[in-house]
Design a protein around this ligand. Structure first.
Ligand SMILES: [Fe+2]
Ligand SMILES: [Fe+2]
Length: 142
């Protein structure tokens, strides 16, 4: 991915930014393998690794939300679950040899990832930047 594009997805939360950059890079590599007509077995392995990387990131992010008392974490986690389901369906189709629009599905997956980062993830990042007092989690006792 172009550096400029990655920069537009940064949220100034180092752990999230590092994970997102690594995930998008991995998505790009998968996309390149699809475009190069890589063998189905290779695509299956790459997609399995991608799903595991996303799962790990989502677990970390949801843990951060809970420990920071982010009220909308369940709705956010539902978006995570939807992406994992979509990627798992694609992997099932790859395994069964029934997928015939892999390239289009990869583009959808990539688009969803970017929309999630600049939408739900950005809302959580803003919450973190505003701090617990601004979010009514702790009150200031004078
Ligand atoms: Fe997220
Ligand atoms: Fe994220």
């Amino acid at each position: 991915m172009q550096t400029k594009k990655i920069e537009s997805l940064l949220l100034s939360v180092p752990q999230m930014d590092d994970d997102h950059t690594a995930l998008i890079t991995q998505e790009d590599e998968f996309s390149t393998a699809v475009a190069a007509d890589a063998p189905r077995a290779e695509l299956f392995v790459r997609l399995t690794q991608l799903i595991e990387a996303f799962r790990y990131h989502f677990d970390c992010e949801e843990s951060m939300m809970r420990s920071n008392r982010f009220k909308s974490w369940k709705r956010h986690a539902q978006e995570h679950l939807t992406l994992i389901e979509q990627m798992s369906w694609l992997r099932d189709d790859l395994a069964a040899g029934t997928v015939n629009q892999c390239g289009a599905m990869v583009l959808c997956m990539r688009d969803w990832t970017e929309q999630h980062i600049i939408g739900a993830d950005k809302r959580f990042a803003c919450y973190l930047h505003e701090g617990p007092v601004a979010n009514g989690i702790f009150s200031i006792v004078g």
